[in-house]
Design a protein around this ligand. Structure first.
Ligand SMILES: Nc1ncnc2c1ncn2[C@@H]1O[C@H](COP(=O)(O)OP(=O)(O)OP(=O)(O)O)[C@@H](O)[C@H]1O
Length: 359
């Protein structure tokens, strides 16, 4: 079991200094627009991922006119007390677990799994391919530390290769042997990422379908098509064939950094044809399937952070969703809403009690 008991915020976004105690499995966070509900969810997310869900800019997380922030959380994981502290001061970030500082934040990832569902998630469907890769990478990194390691090295080599391509263009000097070394390293770290993405998606799609059926109460067919050039041709050959083009464009055109996922509803791309409610139902199915996969893998439920779920879903879908996340097979659930009564009644209708925090 994973349960966050308290969180203390100092200068994190709109919180100057505030402590929260979470006493129940289901915690409702209510308050007016702009009162800081999403920011509190994000602080919890930050403890789990050493970063905000919404922004990679620490200055946006820091309260206006201050030079840093601090988030401290006390958690219980499988019967053990755990303390996580994240601080940013004058642009320098530190994260510690039980007072031991991490030398690399990536070591923290996956230990305290969490799934956030937020309105901005529509970007996973509507935005560019990097949004979909980011979603998949965050998920797989929580499951497989090796995946994250390969990805980090791959991205580092990619940057080096791209700057070499620019350098060659600027100086006119051939550097084929150095490019060969980079190509070899891209292959070494890119292929495991490709294999993991492919295997994962194959097993994942039926789970998304099952949850989509449940939430929507329909039998529309959802699908995720993995688009990667490595499916068609050996990566080393591709890099070799693309080298001339890469030299012209001064960037690496082949590889897993260009992967995309095509989301389909009844075989049509969701981006163009699905309604807002269908898209939202799909995103819930996607995220709750993610939750299931993590739970099966870790043998305990991740934290579930639900932001503004009532928007754009009809009453029936909302109730099916609430009945699912309220069930005992889920772990600790945090849910925001501007209407305290709506939140309370929705959960009480399922026979569960909810702690209401008004902020
Ligand atoms: N760096 C910052 N420093 C101080 N305040 C900030 C900072 N970043 C955001 N805010 C404030 O936080 C508030 C937004 O909080 P949040 O998004 O958590 O609101 P919310 O309760 O989820 O609102 P809604 O119901 O509209 O979704 C805004 O008032 C914004 O001005």
């Amino acid at each position: 079991m994973l349960h966050i008991q308290t969180i203390s915020l100092v200068q994190f976004k709109n919180y100057t200094r505030q402590d929260f105690r979470f006493q129940q499995r289901i915690v409702g966070i209510t308050g007016r627009n702009g009162s800081g509900k999403t920011n509190l969810l994000d602080a919890i997310y930050y403890l789990c991922f050493t970063r905000s869900y919404f922004t990679s800019s620490e200055s946006q997380n820091t309260q206006y006119h201050t030079n840093g922030f601090r988030i401290e959380g006390l958690l219980e994981k499988q019967g053990q007390e755990e303390k996580i502290v994240c601080t940013v001061k004058d642009g320098k970030k530190e994260v510690s677990l039980n007072d031991e500082k991490y030398d690399r934040f990536s070591r923290h990832i996956g230990q305290f799994p969490a799934v956030m569902i937020a309105p901005d998630d529509a970007e996973i469907i509507l935005g560019g391919s990097e949004e979909r890769r980011k979603w998949l990478d965050t998920l797989l990194s929580q499951l497989y530390p090796d995946y994250l390691e390969h990805l980090i090295v791959y991205q580092k080599i990619l940057l080096q290769r791209n700057s070499l391509l620019k350098n060659i263009a600027a100086t006119g000097q051939h550097q084929d042997s150095l490019l060969d070394v980079f190509d070899q390293q891209l292959v070494q770290h890119g292929i495991p990422v490709f294999e993991q993405r492919k295997a994962f998606l194959t097993a994942f799609i039926p789970q998304v379908q099952q949850l989509y059926d449940f939430i929507s109460g329909t039998h529309e067919i959802v699908n995720i098509r993995y688009q990667c050039t490595l499916q068609e041709e050996d990566y080393a050959t591709q890099l070799n064939t693309a080298r001339y083009k890469d030299l012209q464009l001064q960037r690496t055109t082949a590889g897993i950094h260009r992967d995309d996922l095509l989301f389909l509803l009844n075989e049509h791309p969701m981006k163009n044809s699905a309604s807002q409610g269908q898209r939202k139902s799909f995103l819930f199915a996607l995220k709750l399937a993610q939750f299931e996969v993590i739970r099966q893998h870790k043998q305990f439920a991740p934290l579930l952070l639900l932001d503004d779920v009532f928007e754009k879903l009809d009453q029936e879908r909302v109730m099916r969703l609430i009945s699912l996340v309220a069930s005992d097979s889920y772990g600790q659930v945090f849910i925001t809403d501007t209407h305290a009564e709506r939140l309370q009644h929705s959960f009480e209708a399922t026979g569960q009690t909810i702690q209401l925090l008004k902020i």
